[in-house]
Ligand binder design. Structure first.
Ligand code: R5P
Length: 293
């Protein structure tokens, strides 16, 4: 017990120092509660305001797709270089050790396979399980213009409502149907609808033309998906252009884990996202790390 006799009489209230009241560093998210902002700060690096999310949730509708046959062998060695892991609860519980302390964004929608109409999905995780697994955000697919557009939007709003009750943010993932045009006009529509209806941040695809209008008209942060595997230099150019045009980072999967040198690639992506390195310099880094093995 503290010795009461030794209590100091003098106290310092620092009357000349006003208490700091800084705005939260992520766009459009200033009015959120402490728990929400704290979880978002575990996803988006507070120093750069950006994130490198490593996405490997593809199995939820594709099964053991190329590069994800053995997540323990191929993906876990990449995990230390990601700001956050995006995965399903099945993989989280079966493969990721609970001692892993980086943030988790958990896929919370599902119900269809690649053999059927993908937009016909629902919320596939109870909010209680997200809390149990201590996730930093929940991800839900939204199919604007898709066959089950309304159902997928309502999935998202339900998840936003559930997450808001417990301080867990929702990531809306804009899914593009096979027949839809992937252009800035479509992504402005899709991302804005998700933000208007409460998503805390949004994953979309990069488009060469007018991508900055997509980020400008979306009031909350945008991250880009990597999409199909392309040459490493091209993937780095895409990431560079996206962040320079207002994206708050990447949620990249195949272009990292299907690379010939995945660890070198994720390090190169990090340099583009967090250090504003050019794609060419990042590619040099990739090459030299690859050579070193
Ligand atoms: C799609 O199945 C998931 O939402 C992925 O997380 C997303 O597409 C990002 O992965 P990739 O960079 O491979 O497109």
């Amino acid at each position: 017990m503290a010795d009461l006799d030794a209590l100091k009489e003098t106290k310092e209230y620092y009357l000349d120092i006003p208490q700091k009241s800084d705005a939260f560093y992520l766009k459009g998210l200033n009015a959120l509660d402490w728990g929400m902002q704290n979880r978002l700060a575990r996803i988006f690096n507070p120093k750069t305001g950006r994130t490198v999310m490593l996405a490997f949730d593809h199995g939820y509708f594709q099964g053991a797709t190329t590069g994800l046959e053995r997540i323990d062998v191929k993906i876990m060695p990449l995990a230390p270089y990601a700001d956050t892991l995006m995965l399903t609860r099945g993989i989280l519980r079966s493969i990721v050790p609970p001692s892993f302390t980086q943030s988790i964004v958990m896929r919370a929608s599902g119900g269809t396979s690649m053999l059927k109409e993908l937009s016909n999905e629902e919320i596939a995780v109870d909010i209680e399980d997200s809390i149990r697994m201590n996730v930093s955000a929940m991800a839900v697919q939204v199919f604007i213009g898709g066959e089950h557009e309304k159902q997928s939007i309502i999935n998202m709003t339900k998840l936003v409502d559930q997450g808001t009750r417990y301080g867990i943010p929702t990531l809306a993932v804009t899914a593009v149907g096979k027949d839809m045009v992937r252009d800035a006009r479509y992504f402005r529509l899709a991302t804005r609808i998700c933000a208007e209806l409460g998503a805390h941040y949004i994953k979309t695809y990069y488009v060469e033309k007018d991508f900055e209008t997509v980020t400008a008209s979306c009031p909350v942060p945008i991250v880009i998906a990597g999409g199909k595997k392309i040459a490493e230099l091209d993937a780095l150019k895409m990431a560079y252009n996206a962040v320079q045009q207002g994206a708050a980072g990447v949620d990249m999967g195949r272009n990292i884990f299907q690379s010939e040198a995945p660890v070198a690639m994720i390090k190169a992506v990090r340099s583009v996202v967090h250090e504003n390195e050019t794609a060419e310099n990042a590619f040099e880094l990739y090459r030299s790390l690859k050579e070193q093995g």
